[in-house]
Design a protein around this ligand. Structure first.
Ligand code: NAD
Ligand code: UFG
Length: 344
């Protein structure tokens, strides 16, 4: 059973590729390598022991995406492709509206066209990468899926608009089976140490920044804010192992394909971890000191954000299994074995 992964060469897509293969699916990657490196394909072949099918191109190119769908006849599509840097989205909002919202529209139109003309027998089945960012500044924690949604930057806005588009599509065309996954904070890497997160520039996210400090590429971590109303004054997040996230996609696809009911679920652990706890966990995993300085708060950050993951357990039979220690050990194995990521 083929599954198309748009953005499948990226951080979460590449881990999901392996999990899908292990579960007996045949994933096909569609990617333009805007934020990934073709070397990942060789690594995926090494880990899974079989060739990887790649469709290299842009999800914005609707006729080409239609041709890809006709060629591979996927039973489902996972839509990872998009841009994800919050700061960049503030500086260049049109890039985000174009690639994220435009990319989703393009993919959905291609799926609708192929379904309408009968050239793909499967019902249109989609898993979408949404984000906890759609909860804005939550009034309380843990966060359940019925919390009000808002946005504080164009990246978050793009996710919210896509979620709304998917709801409208379900109303208009009940044949669509759609799973919206709201990821909390993905971290860690495949236990082989062969694939992991490979930020093109200075990492925006905490975990890759901390491991780069541990490996000696950066002098210290800037802890954005030491005066939040949290136990140690630093920001609290729900870090989830990318392997758990990958398993969540397999569970989501299986649920859509067997039960046919659409859903929106949080993918998180339910456990809040502070910046200082994360720093200490990487120190322990790496055996290195991780110096830090308390810096001013980062604009747009919230004090606490962690999931109530019980709906995903109820609907998908999925729950996160990895600990923070495993996440840091795997992130460290990847970072120390590949200090320059896929660029050698
Ligand atoms: P990533 O940048 O590693 O992967 C995205 C992939 O999409 C890249 O390989 C990139 O080359 C590709 N891509 C981008 N635009 C494309 C286009 N127009 N056509 C074809 N390919 C294109 O990001 P990731 O961390 O793997 O995130 C995957 C998805 O999950 C994104 O939609 C992101 O917004 C969402 N998400 C990520 C996080 C996170 O912290 N990593 C959190 C919540 C949600
Ligand atoms: N932080 C630092 N120093 C850094 C980087 C981050 O102290 O160098 C702190 C932040 O202030 C925050 C925590 O570490 O308290 C986590 O920050 P990240 O940037 O790693 O993650 P965010 O929670 O801000 O955002 C991430 C993704 C978003 C996504 C969101 C929810 O970047 O795209 O998770 O899923 F929307």
């Amino acid at each position: 059973m083929n599954i198309l992964l748009t953005g499948g060469a990226g951080y979460i897509g590449s881990h999901t590729f392996i999990a899908l293969r292990e579960a007996g699916f045949e994933p096909v990657i569609l990617d333009n390598f805007a934020n990934s490196h073709p070397v990942v394909l060789e690594r995926l072949e090494r880990i899974t022991g079989r060739p990887v099918t790649l469709e290299r191109g842009d999800v914005l190119d609707t006729p080409w995406v239609e041709a890809v769908l006709r060629r591979h006849q996927p039973a489902g599509v996972v839509h990872f492709a998009g841009d994800k840097a919050v700061g960049e989205s503030v500086a260049n909002p049109l890039k985000y509206f174009h690639n994220n919202i435009g990319g989703a529209v393009s993919l959905l139109r291609a799926m609708a066209a192929v379904f309408a003309d009968g050239s793909a027998p499967a019902l249109p089945t989609l898993v979408f990468s949404s984000s906890a960012t759609v909860y804005g500044d939550p009034a309380s924690v843990p966060i359940t899926e019925d919390f009000p949604r808002s946005h504080t930057n164009p990246y978050g806005h793009s996710k919210l608009v896509i979620e709304d588009m998917l709801s409208a599509l379900r109303v208009a065309s009940p044949a669509w089976r759609i799973g919206v996954l709201r990821y909390f904070n993905p971290a860690g890497a495949h236990p082989s140490g062969l694939i992991g997160e490979d930020p093109a520039d200075i990492p925006n996210n905490l975990m890759p920044y901390v491991t780069q400090v541990a490996v000696g590429q950066r002098p210290h971590v800037n802890v954005f804010g030491g005066d939040y109303p949290t136990p140690d004054g630093t920001g609290v997040r729900d870090y989830i192992h990318v392997q758990d996230l990958a398993a969540g996609h397999v569970a989501a696809l299986q649920a859509l394909l067997t039960k046919g009911e659409s859903f929106t679920v949080n993918l998180g652990t339910g456990r809040g971890v502070s910046v200082l706890e994360a720093v200490r966990a990487v120190e322990k995993a790496s055996g290195r000191l991780v110096p830090y300085v308390i810096a001013p708060r980062r604009a747009g950050d919230v004090a606490q954000c962690y999931a109530d993951p019980s709906l995903a357990k109820r609907l998908l039979g999925w729950e996160a299994k990895h600990t923070l220690e495993q996440m840091c050990a795997d992130a460290w194995r990847w970072q120390s074995g590949n200090p320059n990521g896929y660029r050698g």
